[in-house]
Design a binder for this molecule. Sequence first.
Ligand code: KG4
Ligand code: ZN
Length: 352
Amino acid sequence: MPYFDDMKTRMKMLCDKEDVFILGIETSCDETAAAVVKNGRDVVSSSVFSQIDMHKKFGGVVPEIASRQHVLSILPVIDDTISNCQGGWDCIDAIAVTKGPGLVGALLSGVSTAKALAYAKKLPLIGVNHIQGHICANFIENKDLEPPFVCLAASGGHSHLYHVKAYGEFELLGSTVDDAAGEALDKAARVLGLPYPGGPNIEKLAKQGDAKKYPMPGKYNKQQHFNFSFSGLKTAMITLVRQMEKDDVSFEKADIAAAFQEAVVSTLANKAVRAAKYVGVNSVAICGGVSANNELRCRLKELCDKEDLACYMPSLSLCTDNACMIASAGYFQMMLGNIEDLTLNAQPGLRI
Ligand code: KG4
Ligand code: ZN
């Protein structure tokens, strides 16, 4: 029987199996990750190899370096994950891999590996949208979370607000019209002389700063729609810093970091809560690298409490890129009957 027909039969059997174990593979940016997750909710084993140190000296991710490093790390990372999983390969029921969005070369290393393994091990192959993966990190962390809810996905490449109507059913309510939240934080950090990745370093520095000292512009973000804009904010901050440097005015970088972080965090939290009220759901979730930001987590919780909304967020290791979230999203995709054949390709511009 050809691979795909065989796998369709297998997938139908898996949908009735009590416990389904999915191997997830993530290589969309600068983390090589693999994980095994049971029934989309329980992490059995997880390995992440971060390339951050390799990209730090360039101030951001260098796509060619990322692709080459994924090729070197992917099999050891998968071996590590499988060896920490009782039963090894015998317990794996299907393979889920990030197919997009992301860097094309980086994605290809994961997709090609997943295809080869799926064929060799005769396992169904599931292609996962990276952002859908970030959203599913919430299902791992919060066993009681069920759709519908509103989810803010804020990462290096995305600031998107979704109405998660059901497993695998998403309505985009709004997104950034220019820079993503993480991208803005990374660029702001560079101007302040902080290393990559900027978000956590801005957060660290902001702790010693006064967020009120330098008011940042936010007219667009205060409007009623659910889109974001961070590029005007970034330009205002850069102009302010450059002007003060030119005029020889002394300033504390911590105050600038705190003001910038405050502008990003308040925008994200306010819009997420307003979106939940607009669509009439009782729960708000956040995900993506920026959701590791403690100010954002506290602000969202505060606003949700005020509005009587339940608030969900993944633990820090599930906010940034990992493969547990890909295995989880893969499980829900497979339950909806979505598997791939071996023509699966990387899709760098994939949308939900
Ligand atoms: O989700 P992620 O790991 O990768 C992408 O899919 O982009 O997100 C990375 C982004 C970076 O822009 C990084 O600066 C930001 O998340 N980030 C943070 C924090 N940790 C990571 N931003 C703010 N505060 C943090 N603690
Ligand atoms: Zn990500």
